[in-house]
Design a protein around this ligand. Structure first.
Ligand code: NAI
Ligand code: MG
Length: 332
């Protein structure tokens, strides 16, 4: 088969967890071709661009990518644009899907199985900021079109989810024009997809959604939220996966897919072999299942990661965990 995966290690621990995931992929699907491409902060410093045109071309040809993480400065840098934002925009990856299942070692065990669906292209992330003297203003854009398409994806995912529940997250009591448009458009899209009204649809204000994710995560099925709320809620929910080291995500559009661990480049532990590669491997599993339709292999990979984490623990280091996953693949 002609399956090809572009891997973009990026910066920091991206360069440790992506090679680990590639080793696992070779063990699981030896026929998949893997091509490496460059992006990120180091790439920007070396070449003047954080995402070279060649990287975009490779992903467009292959259709599927695994992205590690990149570093972004928290101050303005002339000519720099965030690599992951550029990739999402250039490849039309308008949905970020972040499934959260209870960690294997969670005590007592809990029946947490939820999905955060985050709008990926607009909101506060349009990056339109203006500074005038002592005042700074950031624009937050919500469009009907982007809200409808994220609503459609969320509805389809909720129909596949055992809970058949969908929660629309917003803050329309404070920003009624923008979040009101988001909520109404999502509900319109959901009604169109869920013709037979199978879904149980409700809505929550984002602040209360955060509290409920802490108090009662079992109550959720699929959550759909504008960009920033989805970003924050999914990091919060990642706690239940066992932390950022085990939290996977996938960016989806109509054509391409890019799998990506939720975590960043983790400069505090980079280069020391301490990064947990589970998030990158579980992201790969989402790609196998969601983009290539390889359900069996995806299940096998998820089971192997769970088995490995249970036996060596999430702090065992990149090499030990990777070896344990590859061994577990032969056993589960
Ligand atoms: P981070 O996710 O890189 O790290 C937060 C904390 O979690 C750190 O203590 C780190 O050591 C730990 N951690 C993260 N992933 C881990 C793993 N796989 N195994 C073990 N421990 C792990 O977030 P932070 O520190 O806020 O940002 C660092 C850099 O990453 C920044 O430059 C930021 O812009 C970038 N970033 C990039 C993202 C992306 O590429 N999609 C997402 C988030 C942050
Ligand atoms: Mg984040």
């Amino acid at each position: 088969t002609g399956r090809e995966l572009v891997v973009i290690p990026g910066d920091g621990i991206g360069r440790e967890v992506v090679p680990a995931a590639v080793r696992v992929l070779h063990a699981l699907c030896p026929e998949t071709r893997v091509v490496e491409a460059d992006a990120g902060w180091d790439c920007f410093q070396a070449t003047g661009t954080s995402v070279p045109e060649a990287t975009l071309d490779l992903v467009r040809q292959a259709g599927a990518a695994l992205f590690g993480a990149v570093s972004s400065p928290s101050y303005p840098v002339k000519g720099y644009k965030s690599a992951i934002l550029t990739l999402r925009r250039a490849l039309g990856l308008y949905a970020n899907v972040r499934p959260v299942r209870a960690a294997v070692d969670l005590q007592p065990p809990r029946a947490i199985d939820l999905v955060v669906v985050r709008e990926n292209t607009e909101g506060l992330y349009v990056g339109r900021e203006l500074r005038a003297g002592d005042q700074a203003v950031a624009e937050r854009v919500i469009t009907r079109e982007a809200s409808l398409r994220i609503g459609r994806i969320a509805a389809r995912l909720a129909l596949q989810h055992p809970s058949r529940k969908l929660t629309v997250v917003h803050k329309a009591n404070v920003v009624p024009l923008s979040d009101g448009l988001f909520r109404d458009s999502v509900r319109e899209a959901v009604n169109a997809v869920d013709e037979n009204q199978v879904l149980q649809v409700d809505e929550l204000l984002v602040d209360y959604a955060a509290l409920k994710l802490v108090q009662q995560p079992e109550a959720f099925g699929v959550l759909v939220a504008p960009n920033l709320y989805g970003d924050i809620l999914s990091d919060l929910a990642a706690h239940w996966c066992g932390g950022l080291g085990a939290a996977p995500s996938i960016n989806l559009g109509d054509v391409h897919a890019l799998a990506e661990p939720v975590h960043g480049s983790a400069p505090d532990i980079a280069g020391r072999g301490r990064a947990n590669p589970a998030a990158a491997m579980l992201s790969l599993a989402l790609l196998l299942r969601g983009h290539w339709g390889m359900r069996e292999e995806a299940d096998l990979l998820e089971d192997a990661v769970a088995f490995a984490l249970r036996s060596v623990g999430g702090d065992a280091g990149t090499e030990v965990i990777t070896t344990a996953v590859i061994e577990a693949l032969g056993r589960v």
